[in-house]
Design a protein around this ligand. Structure first.
Ligand code: CMC
Length: 421
């Protein structure tokens, strides 16, 4: 097959190479386009733009495939732990048992925050949403730790961030409900420690249910990376200016908060609650979501990349049923969610646009069943996505092709004019 693409413009023909990835994904390399023709490409939302080469995550949106470093997501969710997945994403390989133990010990040892960070949380308004508090607390960490430059520095900075994020998240939550901060416990695993810091109080310890802890671990694995989505591209873009790792991650957390991205999990529960309050009939919501003159969307549905069922959503649907039955609870919201899914899968509007449940559709129902407060849903997403952001930041720094991110534009404003004074 021809490995180049020809472009005719004016009376000239230009040739651009086609590059190919390891899964046969192809792209036109237009690196010389502007210099040769004076043209730039116009691609709002970057739907057709490959911004980098990456060896971390592969998605086939048509077939519903998601793999981290080659490993299918369902195998990782079933057979690995979140810290193993962190190592896999960041180093490229699953760690041998001894290396995993050493990494786990390292992450456990760095969970405490500098005592001065308490003042940071105390300065935030009471009742603040934990997402902006988390984003700014991660940014504030850059004031405590210098920009890592060498490989060793980067490794330490990564361990610190992975270790401290659950503490920052739990403290953001504790502050939002006006309770004292709870210190990490080194005898607990990653997910259990998070639950302890969120739910224990100085008056009462929190009994960690292994079913809940494992479900949290699986949720973190499912969210760990998703190639060049909005928040990850933000992390890369900010990092491309050589900004501090923690500043880049903080920007990613802010990008994730939006309701069209990670904030959708909170919106899904609010939507399901509203449907429940109306007696369980979803017709009004569906009609609004399908109405061209209404900006309402069915939250938790649709995806830029997946044009079939999001593989994370099918794992979460199973996990959701499992968790709810093992905890011996019932969930009206799960019933509504499944009914809603059933209706949409038969509805022409959703079928013709290939809109299926995405990762956020069932994750909110699980978080709710596990007792995670609604305001913390997107924080849980951020905790899961952290190793992906880190891996992408490191890959971006090591890639010799990386240049500072700087898109062009098509200017549509006023042409030159002058002050009439
Ligand atoms: N409800 C109703 N209609 C929808 C929805 C939805 N959730 N999503 C897309 N559409 C329609 C949209 O109106 C458009 O219709 P038409 O062709 O008639 O104009 C068509 O489907 C294509 O939509 P789009 O906006 O061009 O698609 P996009 O790739 O730009 O947006 C999306 C992707 C995820 C932002 C969008 O599907 C959406 O807003 N979904 C709801 C929010 C949500 O669940 N976000 C979480 C995404 S998964 C987690 C993550 O990775 O962040």
């Amino acid at each position: 097959m021809n490995k180049s693409v020809e472009l005719r413009y004016g009376d000239k023909t230009y040739s651009y190479p086609v590059i190919e990835g390891s899964e046969a994904e192809k792209a036109i390399d237009i690196g010389k386009l502007r210099a040769q023709t004076g043209l730039v490409t116009f691609d709002p939302g970057y739907g057709n733009t490959g911004s980098c080469k990456s060896a971390i995550t592969f998605i086939d949106g048509e077939k519903g495939i998601l793999r981290y470093r080659g490993y299918p997501i369902d195998e990782l969710a079933e057979k690995s732990s979140f810290l193993e997945v962190c190592q896999l994403l960041i180093t490229g390989e699953l760690p041998p048992p001894k290396a995993l133990d050493a990494f786990r010990a390292d992450v456990t040892r760095h969970t405490m925050l500098h005592e001065d960070m308490k003042k940071f949380f105390e300065a935030m308004p009471k009742g603040a949403h934990p997402m902006p508090v988390l984003a700014s607390s991660v940014s504030a960490l850059a004031a405590f730790y210098e920009q890592p430059e060498t490989d060793d520095d980067i490794r330490t900075a990564v361990v610190r961030l992975l270790a401290k994020m659950p503490t920052l998240a739990a403290w953001a939550y504790k502050h939002s409900i006006g309770q004292p901060f709870i210190y990490p416990r080194n005898d607990l695993d990653y997910a259990s420690n998070l639950l302890h810091m969120m739910y224990a109080t100085p008056c009462e310890s929190y009994r960690i249910d292994p079913v809940v802890a494992r479900a949290i671990d699986v949720l973190l694995i499912l969210h760990a990376d998703h190639e060049q989505n909005c928040s990850t591209s933000t992390v890369r873009l900010v990092g491309s200016s050589r900004a501090h790792l923690y500043a880049s991650i903080s920007a990613g957390i802010s990008a994730l908060w939006g309701p069209l991205h990670g904030g959708a999990n909170q919106e899904v529960i609010e939507m399901l609650d509203a449907i429940a309050a109306e007696g369980g009939g979803a017709e009004r919501f569906l009609a609004r979501a399908k109405d061209k003159n209404d900006t309402t969307r069915l939250m938790g549905f649709g995806h830029r990349v997946y044009k079939s069922y999001d593989p994370r959503a099918s794992i979460l649907k199973r996990t959701c049923k499992d968790v709810i039955s093992r905890l011996g609870t019932s969930s009206e919201l799960l019933d509504i969610a499944m009914k809603l899914e059933e209706i949409t899968l038969k509805d022409d509007y959703f079928i013709s646009r290939k809109l299926y449940p995405n990762v956020d559709f069932y994750s909110g129902v699980i978080y709710k069943a596990l007792g995670i407060p609604t305001d913390m849903f997107t924080v849980m997403f951020a905790l899961g996505r952290l190793p992906g952001w880190i891996a992408q930041w490191i890959e971006m720094r090591q890639d010799k092709e990386t240049r500072i991110g700087r898109p062009r534009q098509i200017y549509t404003g006023a042409t030159e004019r002058h002050l009439r004074r």
